[in-house]
Design a protein. Structure first.
Length: 131
């Protein structure tokens, strides 16, 4: 069953990003089949534009070219990215300091730096563990 989180946003520009982050995190702890429905009640403060940015920031192109993938995500993991055809592209274990698995090849994006944050987070987690 799909989880739906529905909210109205009126004059909520300062809170849209934080709401989206927290709602997504909470939903992912429950299921990987969820949607966030944000209804703008006519704000003139840029809420609608920020909502659109959040939706667009939830997607990115990756170089997925595999013939196999995760079929069933383990209980303590969440699927945090899917391809349009439903293939799990990334998993995370929220209870861990750093436990991420990706199905695509982020190292191939070294020229654009698009996934540099993934590698930086890994290095930071490893450095903290060695201290």
């Amino acid at each position: 069953m799909k989880l739906s989180i529905v909210t109205t946003l009126y004059k909520s520009a300062p809170y849209v990003e934080e709401f989206h982050r927290r709602a997504s995190g909470a939903a992912q702890r429950i299921t990987d089949d969820y949607e966030i429905v944000m209804v703008d009640d006519g704000s003139k403060d840029g809420t609608r534009e920020l909502m659109r940015e959040q939706i667009e920031s939830d997607t990115c192109d990756v170089n997925s070219r595999h013939h196999q993938a995760v079929g069933k995500v383990a209980d303590d993991f969440v699927a945090s990215a899917h391809s349009p055809d439903g293939v799990v592209e990334a998993i995370e274990r929220p209870a861990s300091t750093f436990c991420v698995g990706v199905q695509w090849h982020p190292e191939n994006f070294w020229r654009t730096g698009e996934f540099a944050g993934l590698f930086e987070a890994f290095v930071d987690a490893a450095a903290k563990r060695h201290r």
